[in-house]
Design a protein around this ligand. Structure first.
Ligand code: DAT
Ligand code: MG
Length: 148
């Protein structure tokens, strides 16, 4: 099994609404290992690089204006696809109850959290938001109780 890395970001609405603990807690309870954590005011250039694939979209400039936040990196087996399921659909009104967006948000433009959409982007975004030495390598005590 391949260990993947994903980049999870609590967006500014999640931080302002006091949902940081709630959101991080869902990934912790699932069993994913936290390897980096940072509260961060995002410069415009970094937001533009992060969302560069959406540059041609009509909502691009509002999206860039909105992104300033407390980011988090999680790492684990199969974490990228699984984190996307925990997060739910982009439009919170279509996200299933039980998912983060399904439970905590109502609008696409305020959907509280970001998660990388592929292992490649997980690596790319982690490298974008965290410097060398800011990630922590450790073995959770619960590891043998989580995976055989
Ligand atoms: P996701 O965040 O689910 O990966 P995405 O990568 O397609 O979704 O888009 C990034 C963000 O851009 C998304 O979280 C909210 C915003 N966005 C996406 N589609 C939008 C739309 N049709 N109108 C307004 N904002 C949108
Ligand atoms: Mg995306």
């Amino acid at each position: 099994e391949q260990v993947e890395q994903t980049y999870i970001m609590v967006k500014p609405d999640g931080v302002q609404r006091g949902l940081v603990g709630e959101i991080i807690s869902r990934f912790e309870r699932k069993g994913f290992k936290l390897t980096g954590l940072k509260l961060f005011q995002c410069p415009k250039e970094l937001a533009e690089e992060h969302y560069k694939d959406l540059k041609t979209k009509s909502f691009y400039s509002t999206l860039i204006d909105y992104i300033t936040s407390g980011p988090v990196v999680w790492e684990g087996v199969g974490v990228v696809a699984s984190a996307r399921k925990l997060i739910g659909s982009t439009n919170p009104l279509q996200a299933e109850p039980g998912t983060i967006r399904g439970d905590l948000a109502v609008q696409t433009g305020r959907n509280v959290v970001h998660g990388s959409d592929s292992p490649e982007n997980g690596k790319r975004e982690t490298a974008l938001w965290f410097k060398e030495g800011e990630l922590c390598e450790w073995t959770p005590a619960q590891a043998p109780w989580l995976m055989e």
